[in-house]
Design a protein around this ligand. Structure first.
Ligand SMILES: Nc1ncnc2c1ncn2[C@@H]1O[C@H](COP(=O)(O)OP(=O)(O)OP(=O)(O)O)[C@@H](O)[C@H]1O
Length: 597
């Protein structure tokens, strides 16, 4: 077999595999399976009943015409024929009525299914591990979800409304198409799928490019790259235009071929029927019956082209979503996970090893014991694994060996939310919603802790008091809408130091007992750093929090009870500043280097 043929077969098998996965995904929304929710199941039964009624009247009508016509041609029965013609009218009306009812059931199923799938996808995305989110773009995930929502609606409509009731008709039509036109007809289907898939990819790329540029507008401006961005977008649009034209050309050709075949079938049918009547094999009523049935069937068959186009486009949109939904989160709770019980906030790391990528080990037989209420400053060269250690303690990552316990409870055995809610994380890059200051600071509290409106009021008071202690209240109260002021995209209205202090307020309001601060002063000058640390000490020391601070500014070590120095080749040193200076060479050298800067 030549390579081209092998490739074509491979493509075909891949397509069939993804189609099977897609059909499996939709199964519970088309058939009442054990996974189907009760509300959808009851709608499905109603839809089946209405389908049976609808089809009975659909076939009943032409039979009424047949008997009516046969009676017209016999003088003895002609007087009864009008009843059958009226019967035809009744059948047709009933057929339309039950079709309407069924469509209503199907639309409700679609709406419920869409809601279920959207929620499941969002939940899955939220609970997927940090590594997945680091390796994918959130924009692209949102785009996949948005596109898939459109796809689901269209796919389910095609399946429930057309494909399943018409399955028999479609297989018959397929057989006729194969018989008349053979494989070239199907090759054109595959070719179309390829172009549509390319067009979709191009569309995604164009949308992605524009949103990236707008998200990073300041980078574009700082590099005077407006013209470059426009050119890049225009190039993508040019390719997209060509693929769109190809898609519509192939669609028009396919539709024309399909209509031609169906019209020819009708004509042949009529000619054969007339010769049957002439030969006395069938009655004129039979001829009308066959032709009426054919005309009734032809309408949905004419829609085959449109349905095929919708199915292919939506199936491609669904591909990304299926990929996301079939990914298993790396960090998962055990089935019998327990609730965490907070005691003092002590952290015990036992013999852990970890590497992000093979042969680039960051931790090997690493041990650490932190007492509740201690302040630990973590130092070391850039890229040595300081932030990774935070991610391991918070269980965004799991060590390949060893265990981490908080208050003597192994975090692998705990419900994630139950211990994570005791953590407050102040990241290097502050993450805020484009919402008011108040909503950002009280983010999710009412739902997470089931707070009543009175308790929320208390929290608002606490928020104001914390803002005062962290020297933020003057600034906020000077703003036109005070705590209701919108923070803007990425909180750009606030300075680095202000953002860090706002993050701390947010953590304390959530009742954090263990604070992880990742380079909290990296954006500050010396004066502001001094001010920040003093404020932090005043506020935090009285709260008895366990505090871990990552920093490159070694004079921050003065606030620490102990220092963790991470060195090359998974070496580390741990103790008070004086102990490390006295007994540990690497920290000593690191400290000397810092002093000289
Ligand atoms: N998700 C990841 N996949 C692969 N490698 C990663 C990942 N996250 C971090 N790394 C790598 O692991 C190493 C440690 O990263 P980490 O962010 O923990 O360093 P750090 O000590 O906090 O550095 P810095 O002081 O510059 O913030 C780096 O070499 C980094 O490139």
């Amino acid at each position: 077999m030549n390579n081209k043929l092998i490739q074509t077969l491979k493509n075909k098998l891949q397509i069939q595999d993804s189609q099977v996965k897609l059909l499996q995904f939709y199964k519970k929304y088309c058939l009442p399976t054990s996974e189907t929710s009760n509300s959808i199941k009851s709608l499905q039964f109603k839809a089946y009943f209405n389908l049976i009624m609808n089809k009975s009247f659909f076939f009943g009508g032409p039979f009424c015409i047949k008997y009516g016509i046969n009676m017209v041609s016999n003088p003895a029965t002609i007087m009864y024929s009008p009843f059958f013609f009226v019967g035809y009218g009744v059948c047709y009306s009933a057929y339309v009525y039950f079709e309407g009812l069924r469509n209503r059931n199907l639309s409700e199923i679609n709406i419920l299914a869409l809601r279920e799938i959207s929620l499941q996808t969002y939940e899955h995305l939220l609970y997927l591990d940090a590594e997945f989110h680091l390796n994918t773009s959130s924009r692209s995930n949102i785009y996949s979800l948005y596109k898939a929502q459109k796809g689901i609606e269209s796919n389910l409509r095609s399946l429930n409304q057309y494909f399943l009731p018409l399955l028999a008709d479609i297989s018959l039509t397929t057989a006729i198409l194969c018989f008349n036109f053979g494989w070239p007809f199907f090759t054109s289907f595959l070719y179309r799928r390829k172009i549509i898939s390319q067009r979709k990819k191009q569309e995604k790329l164009a949308d992605f490019t524009i949103s990236q540029a707008l998200d990073n507008l300041f980078t574009v401006k700082y590099f005077s790259a407006e013209k470059y961005e426009l050119k890049r977008y225009n190039n993508l649009l040019e390719k997209l235009q060509k693929l769109s034209i190809d898609t519509f050309k192939t669609l028009a050709t396919l539709n024309a071929i399909q209509r031609l075949i169906l019209s020819m079938g009708l004509t042949v049918n009529l000619v054969l029927g007339v010769s049957g009547v002439q030969a006395g094999v069938i009655t004129p009523g039979d001829l009308i019956l066959i032709q009426s049935l054919m005309l009734q069937l032809i309408q949905p068959l004419f829609q085959l082209g449109m349905m095929h186009r919708e199915w292919v486009e939506s199936a491609i949109d669904m591909k990304d979503l299926l990929q996301i939904m079939t990914r298993v989160p790396k960090i998962q709770e055990l089935p019998n996970a327990k609730d965490f019980i907070y005691k003092t906030g002590s952290i015990h790391i036992q013999d852990i090893s970890f590497e992000h990528i093979q042969n680039k080990q960051l931790f090997k037989n690493f041990n650490l014991q932190i007492k509740g209420g201690e302040w630990i400053v973590i130092v070391g060269e850039s890229g040595i694994g300081k932030s990774t250690l935070f991610n391991l303690i918070f269980r965004l990552l799991d060590p390949s060996e060893g265990n981490i316990s908080i208050d003597d409870q192994n975090i692998k055995t705990l419900k994630l939310e139950s211990f994570r809610k005791y953590f407050g994380i102040v990241a290097q890059q502050s993450y805020f919603f484009n919402d008011s200051i108040k909503n950002n600071l009280l983010y999710g509290l009412d739902l997470i802790y089931d707070l009543t409106p009175e308790m929320i009021k208390q929290k608002e008071e606490e928020m104001k008091s914390l803002c005062k202690q962290l020297k933020l209240s003057k600034l906020i109260e000077s703003l036109p809408n005070q705590y209701d002021t919108q923070m803007g995209d990425q909180a750009n209205k606030f300075s680095g130091g202000e953002k860090q202090r706002l993050q701390i307020v947010r953590c304390l309001l959530r009742g954090a007992k263990i604070l992880l601060l990742d380079e909290p002063t990296s954006a500050l000058d010396q004066n502001n750093e001094q001010f920040f640390i003093e404020t932090l000490e005043q506020v935090l020391k009285i709260q008895d929090l366990t505090v871990l601070i990552i920093t490159h500014r070694l004079h921050l070590t003065k606030v620490a009870d102990k220092i963790l120095y991470l060195g090359q080749n998974c070496q580390y040193e741990y103790g008070t500043h004086d102990q490390l200076i006295k007994n540990h060479q690497s920290y000593n050298k690191y400290w000397e280097k810092y002093q000289k800067q």
